[in-house]
Design a protein around this ligand. Structure first.
Ligand code: S3P
Length: 434
């Protein structure tokens, strides 16, 4: 298996491409489809490491899933009470979304389960879900605040919970647990996190009431199955958006990108930096807004990023750090400490890797300061088994002088299988090497 990517800069990039489908929606389609009464048909499923791990977990819980093609499948829903006890621990591999959403579901079952994953997943914080789940009456033990999670099925009670951090995963976990509770559950967010769970539950006929940042779910009798088309993941598109905005002689059209406003923080920040990104062909797919994005190169200027936009672009900071090295002035990010609890500590890891390309990065507890524009020079860098770090470093390599090798890059398949091939399609000189 090739795990290194060789990057040679200097090519203008042109073309129309479709990046892979949305990871957040693919996880939710599997889990909610499994709990529906009847068959959920999914087109545009993301067949990546994280989502295939969730698929494996659902099968281990007795759910039949028919794969018609790589990206088209039918989830044969077993109904809210139809999951079966798994014989072995549920292996979420690297997927934080998978383990946290499933913890909500498994807490409401009448049988025990164990949720586990890779060493990387075992390092990520789980008290943010186990504490509120326990308030709901869940019998759940974490392992010093992390996975493995040991759950004994129990009856849940509805609660009102004020979330200390804005998190789509924590909110999703509690809303899913709320489906199995004896009364409504209200989650109060400090800011707007991605609302895919609420939208999909509503499309399935569940009473989810949204009042500002208060979201209340009433336990449903059943879920209606869906016929769902999932658009491209804006968090995958982000790497090509930044590349398109910065690479000389470049014009890229990204087709069919999800532009849910809880996910488009990067577009807002890049617009403020002077980027030329046009949305065309706006439409709605499965209750989610979608458009094509046309990106042309422009000089960028620095900006300050803080407040509510941080959560709306939480997965896009590694690639924003690359953009900041090329923007004129001082880009300052604050209130983004959550970046330290992702697949890696993304502030520290990106600072380390960008420095190998000669960049100067000031790392702060809750963000960073990067002054630009800076010349980057090719080097050997490391993806740290973090898909978004590895892809950011490939983009950085394309903007540097000379050749870059990104090691430990196989993790890109966790969210963006075919990343290298998409770049090649646009004309980039990038390839997997031994
Ligand atoms: C996700 C929520 C975010 C995001 C992750 C996917 C989701 O995590 O970083 O990639 O699908 O709900 P947090 O909830 O930890 O912010």
């Amino acid at each position: 298996m090739k795990t290194r990517i060789r990057v040679r800069p200097g090519k203008g990039l042109q073309g129309n491409v479709r990046v892979p489908s949305d990871k957040s929606l693919s996880h939710r389609a599997l889990i909610l489809g499994a709990l529906a009464t009847g068959d959920t048909h999914v087109r545009g499923f993301l067949p990546a490491g994280d989502t295939l791990a969730t698929l494996g977990c659902m099968e281990a819980l007795g759910v039949r899933i028919t794969r018609h093609t790589e990206t088209t499948l039918t989830v044969h829903g077993v109904g809210l009470g139809g999951l079966e006890q798994a014989d072995t621990p549920l292996d979420c591999v690297n997927a934080g979304t998978g383990i946290r959403l499933l913890a909500g579901v498994m807490s409401g079952q009448q049988f025990p389960s164990v949720l586990d994953g890779s060493d990387q997943l075992r390092r990520r914080p789980m008290r943010r879900i186990t504490e509120p789940l326990r308030i709901m009456g869940a019998d759940i033990e974490d392992t010093e605040g992390c996975a493995p999670l040991y759950i004994n099925g129990s009856f849940l009670n509805g609660i009102t919970y004020r979330m200390p951090i804005a998190s789509g995963q924590v909110k999703g976990c509690l809303l899913l647990a709320g489906m199995f509770a004896d009364s409504p559950t209200t989650v109060i967010e400090p800011g707007p996190s991605r609302d895919h769970t609420e939208r999909m539950l509503t499309a399935m006929g569940v009473d989810v009431h949204v009042d500002g940042y208060n979201i209340t779910i009433s336990p449903p009798a059943s879920l209606k199955p869906l016929d769902l088309t999932i658009a491209s993941d804006i968090s995958s598109a982000a790497f090509l958006i930044v590349l398109g905005a910065l690479n000389a002689n470049t014009s890229i059209c990204l087709e069919d990108v999800g532009i849910n406003p809880t996910r488009t923080g990067l577009l807002d920040v890049l617009a403020a930096m002077g980027a030329a990104i046009r949305q065309t062909n706006p439409r709605d797919e499965g209750g989610e807004p979608v458009a094509d994005l046309v990106i042309e190169q422009r000089p960028l200027t620095a900006t300050a990023v803080n407040g509510e936009v941080v959560v709306r672009m939480i997965d896009e900071f590694p690639i924003l750090m690359v953009a900041a090295t090329q923007a004129r002035g001082k880009t300052t990010v604050t209130e983004a400490e959550e970046l330290r609890y992702k697949e890696t500590d993304r502030i520290a890891v990106m600072a380390t890797e960008l420095r190998k390309l000669g960049a100067t990065v000031q790392e702060n507890k809750d963000g960073f300061v990067i002054s630009g524009p800076q010349y980057l020079r090719g080097a050997v860098v490391d993806g740290h088994n973090d898909h978004r770090v590895a892809m950011s470093m490939v983009v950085a390599g394309l903007l540097a002088m000379g050749e870059t090798i990104v090691e430990d890059a196989h993790c890109i398949n966790d969210s963006f299988p075919g990343f290298v091939e998409v770049l090649q399609q646009l004309g980039a000189d990038v390839e997997w090497v031994d």
